[in-house]
Design a binder for this molecule. Structure first.
Ligand code: UDP
Length: 243
């Protein structure tokens, strides 16, 4: 059963990886353009003071619980949430399954050259995969029309967008209808990891729910963003007291 769980005003889907994939499989075929977001603690915190992001998340077709913080919050608030569905893992699962149904995939975002390297990695990992285009994520507003036409011309079934939060969600929400891609997902650092520019935490750290610590150690300039985590814990806790 799939439920929405409200965390700090954002409705997050409580579901397993398999259930997320099953839903996305249906999205591919229903003729509409779908937006999928992967909500970690940092994104949920940001949505508390970014109304536009909050609205986008609450009208998204699917918001998966990305990160130990999101699962913790759901449990703390008394809801069931079977597991974490990390954006990186979800993107890999969708790529892995794409050759069977001949799905076309577009990589948009990250620094110049990174999406191309990620494409090579995907072709090595998932034989038969069709990456029909790549575009780096550094552009000005005046380039947007051209980017949209390029993506449309490539006719992808799946659009992975790595512009960071909330830029990727806002770009997608603004252009979703025009792009008319069946499934679009904001995937943050996914291409960086695939291209080997950034490392993912070792499995034991992921299991110990310490992926955030690994990221902070590896990218000290991001460490300041860690303050969002204790703030998130306190905010979730006080939202529970109030309810
Ligand atoms: N990025 C981009 N355009 C921008 C800002 C960021 O393509 O204007 C890329 C960046 O190179 C990285 C990805 O977005 O590959 C995710 O960035 P970050 O790790 O800061 O995002 P978050 O943790 O917020 O998802």
């Amino acid at each position: 059963m799939i439920n929405k769980v409200e965390i700090l005003g954002v409705n997050v889907d409580s579901l397993t990886m398999q259930e997320a994939i099953d839903r996305i499989e249906k999205f591919y075929d229903d003729g509409k353009a779908h937006l999928i977001a992967t909500a970690n603690a940092e994104m949920l915190m940001r949505a508390t003071h970014d109304e536009e992001l909050k609205k986008i998340l609450n009208s998204a077709d699917l918001v998966v619980p990305d990160g130990a913080g999101t699962v913790w919050a759901a449990h703390h608030l008394g809801y069931e949430m079977p597991e974490r569905v990390a954006g990186y893992d979800l993107a890999q699962e969708l790529m892995k399954r794409s050759p069977i149904k001949k799905r076309r995939i577009y990589f948009f975002g990250s620094a110049p050259g990174v999406a191309d390297k990620a494409k090579l990695k995907a072709e090595e990992l998932y034989p038969g995969i069709k990456i029909v285009g790549t575009r780096n994520g550094f552009f000005s507003e005046s380039d947007e029309e051209k980017i949209i036409s390029e993506i449309k011309a490539a006719k992808p079934d799946l659009l992975l967008v790595a512009l960071g939060v909330p830029k990727q969600e806002k770009f997608l929400a603004t252009h979703l209808e025009k792009l008319n891609v069946p499934v679009s997902i904001g995937v943050g650092g996914t291409f960086d990891v695939m291209a080997g520019v950034m490392k993912r935490a070792p499995k034991w750290m992921q299991r110990a729910k310490l992926e955030w610590l690994f990221r902070a150690l590896l990218q000290p300039k991001r460490a300041g963003r860690l303050i969002a985590l204790p703030k998130f814990v306190l905010k979730v806790h006080s939202s529970k007291q109030k309810s």
